[in-house]
Design a protein around this ligand. Structure first.
Ligand code: NDP
Length: 234
């Protein structure tokens, strides 16, 4: 059955791989993009998730094109890495505003139609560092840990309406976000990953697709690591 799917930040990286995986499975897929052009072959709506009006407008466009959103993947996210004493108020609040409050904005908007339909799937993209911590990423890790409390609260709040809310926590994935890390740092990271490599974006997409499928109907409030074993025990 073809569903209406929305992936935020779906123009590149992990979001694009997720969007393509749903499209390949026959779903109707919309992606938000903030800059540049929408990806080829996918329906794109321009949206900066830090702006509530743009979120509202994007949802209206998606609903007009493919119907109310039945599967929401909140993937858009940013980093602004620096050590605590160098971290400005703006470094902290802008990352929280995108990764955590931005997710709140899209989830709240999507949940309206899901509550009406009495079904829905919400998947939030967190990170292994949300639970493990990461020096130089206090803002980012706080935002990603926040997503877990947010998702679990919503799992309780929305569960009786047949809406599941789950979190995928990727480890290090080959995308623009991690390209900025130098060779040395990359080798250091890989040395700590039991599977001894980075993930490909498609490997994150598989977990997201599973959580959105009928097979996962009884899974909610879960945090699924896709991290090559990096975060084991957390
Ligand atoms: P990229 O930097 O490659 O892509 C980030 C995406 O988010 C882009 O589509 C970007 O849009 C979008 N985005 C950023 N800010 C906003 C905003 N304010 N409004 C709307 N869209 C926005 O990142 P990845 O693909 O690597 O990461 C995707 C998600 O996965 C993020 O949440 C990230 O934190 C998480 N993650 C990534 C890991 C990794 O190793 N790569 C590991 C663990 C988690 P635009 O192109 O317009 O900038």
């Amino acid at each position: 059955m073809s569903r209406s799917v929305l992936v935020t930040g779906g123009n590149r990286g992990i979001g694009l791989a997720i969007a393509r995986a749903f499209a390949d499975a026959g779903d109707k897929v919309a992606v938000t993009y903030r800059s540049g052009e929408p990806p080829e072959g996918l329906f794109g709506v321009k949206c900066d998730i830090t702006d509530p009006e743009q979120v509202e407008q994007a949802f209206k466009e998606v609903e007009a094109a493919q119907g109310p959103v039945e599967v929401l993947v909140a993937n858009a996210g940013v980093t602004r890495d620096t050590l605590l004493l160098r971290m400005s108020e703006e470094d902290f609040t802008s990352v929280l505003d995108t990764n955590l409050t931005g997710t709140f904005r899209v989830v709240k908007r999507a949940s309206k139609a899901m509550l009406r339909a009495r079904k829905g799937r919400i998947v939030l993209i967190s990170s292994v560092v949300g639970l493990l911590g990461s020096a130089g990423q206090a803002n980012y890790a706080a935002s990603k840990a926040g997503l877990v409390g947010f998702a679990r609260s919503l799992a309780r709040e929305l569960g009786s309406r047949n809406i599941t809310v789950n979190v995928v926590a990727p480890g290090f994935v080959d995308t623009d976000m991690t390209k900025v890390l130098g060779e040395e740092r990359r080798a250091e990271i890989v040395s700590q990953v039991p599977l001894a490599r980075y993930a490909q974006p498609e490997e994150i997409a598989s977990a997201v697709r599973f959580l959105s499928s009928d097979e996962a109907a009884y899974i909610t409030g879960a945090v699924i690591p896709v991290d090559g074993g990096l975060g084991m025990g957390h």
